[in-house]
Write a protein that binds this ligand. Sequence first.
Ligand code: AMP
Length: 428
Amino acid sequence: MLFTDLGLSESILRAINEEGYTSPTPIQEKSIPAVLKGGDLLAAAQTGTGKTAGFTLPILQRLSDSAKPSSGKRQLRVLILTPTRELAAQVQESVVTYGKYTGLKSTVIFGGVGANPQIKAIAAGLDILVATPGRLLDLMSQNCVSLSAIEILVLDEADRMLDMGFLRDIKKILAVLPKQRQNLLFSATFSSEIKALADSLLNSPALIEVARSNSTNEAIAQLIHPVDRTQKHPLLAHLIKSNQWKQVLVFTRTKHGANKLVLQLEKDNITAMAIHGNKSQGARTKALADFKDSKITVLVATDIAARGIDIDQLPHVVNYDLPNVSEDYVHRIGRTGRAGSNGVAVSLVCVDEHEMLRDIEKLIKQKLPQEVIPGFEPDPNAVAQPIQLRSQQHQQNRKPRPSNNGGGSGASKPAAKRSSQPKRSFSR
Ligand code: AMP
């Protein structure tokens, strides 16, 4: 199928063409006609599938199709809510890119930066607003934004919004929207909370699913490097230098771990910056921009901060620590091998993480290949130590993994009995 088969206008097709895209991705093939029909939509889609254009393109088309007010100020007709600032900025970038010949106006609002330019942009009149819930509520309480003419609502990465504790905020926003509207809900996973939200929000939605939520992209080569806990940093530096990696996204479990790793890499003359919740918005934007422009080699990120990072053809993702929640492994490695390009995801796994690795392999239904790097052989007698859990707020909403005492193949004790993974159902 080609984009020209989907009933999109010349102005939108022109912008798609300029991006170099000719064929829609599987989710776009399904979501574009569904959204154009005007009904509600429930889509199971992860970042990397092309989901953003999957809703942006038909929304731009619908707005262009329906009559604009002949006089007076533009009314806000579309609201797109995202969990993170980075994702909001990226969605807005897509709206601008694909909408550049439509004459439609949009802006993005999120916290951590001054509100005045955002208030001014809204006051000038807009068709589309991309927002994170907190800043939107803030501006609503100051009567700076009216949602009374919203025709289409998008909840992007709804699962992450709930994980981050935004349910109350979302409900407050929903309460002021016109009852008659089109609702589009995108989520990578379907917990009971997401199902409850979908039930209350959506009216006979079209259901779209493009890939099993926990399947990993086949374009991504995955590899485990077993290593001692204290040798992870030297091993990472060795991998980067010996393979001449130029753009590496590295995940750590904690913000403190991210900062520490940046300092260690800098001592090795490897340029690195961290992106996490304690960094100011300015610092996060700069780190991401420098990374995209290849001014730095390594971007070290925590899971929440990395959500929504969209870099075309990111070649290397490294799990410096395995994620505390297995599903995050799938999200993390989804940053590479995007939209058809090839990527490599390596995980540095020490004895403390053997049980996590087993859980991940169970989730993705795949045994991951292991390769010990000469000079970094792990001590076969090493004993597992408890894993330090994240302190981020969203973690309170997810059942944390208990400390892992033992259980690794190199550990002397048998696997500790522990409760199961957080209750996020993956029935689809
Ligand atoms: P998303 O899942 O929306 O984060 O998009 C993932 C990546 O796929 C982005 O870098 C898009 O620019 C890219 N992309 C979106 N649509 C297409 C397409 N039809 N063909 C190739 N790449 C695409």
